[in-house]
Design a protein around this ligand. Structure first.
Ligand code: HEC
Length: 107
């Protein structure tokens, strides 16, 4: 499964020419909803005992392909599928750019 996701990530990276890096400023607004669950360095997770993967530290391509896999139903998780269903392709690019920019600034 991981190998398949990585392959999708690589292909998605090759297939997105222009706005592939996304707009982190727009992404910050979209990411507001995500922050309640995802533990980002220097941010508090409101559910310290609830296991949620850290998105900070992952690559742009990985975040984009994960969100698209949830949105298409290829990757099954009710919460994240509900989240991803609200995002357009551009939203996904932008929110991923924001998470990548957090890691670059703070690590
Ligand atoms: C209600 C809590 C919750 C919210 C809100 C939420 N997530 Fe998640 N997210 C999760 C959980 C739980 C998982 C692990 C799901 C799984 O096992 O597949 C996850 C998984 C992910 C993954 C895959 C991480 C990995 O290591 O494979 C990404 C990327 C992600 N979320 C991005 C987002 C983004 C972007 C938003 C905001 C639009 C968001 N999430 C909002 C709970 C949440």
């Amino acid at each position: 499964m991981l190998t398949r996701l990585l392959l999708i990530a690589v292909m998605a990276g090759l297939a997105q020419p222009v706005l592939a890096e996304g707009d982190p400023d727009r992404g910050r607004v979209i990411a507001f909803t995500c922050m309640g669950c995802h533990g980002i360095p220097y941010y508090q997770n409101v559910y310290p005992t609830y296991t949620v993967p850290k998105i900070g530290g992952q690559t742009h391509g990985y975040i984009v392909s994960s969100l698209k896999a949830y949105r298409s139903g290829e990757r099954r998780h009710p919460t994240m599928q509900a989240q991803a269903n609200t995002l357009s392709d551009q939203d996904i690019q932008d929110v991923a750019a924001y998470f990548v920019s957090l890691t670059e600034e703070r690590s």
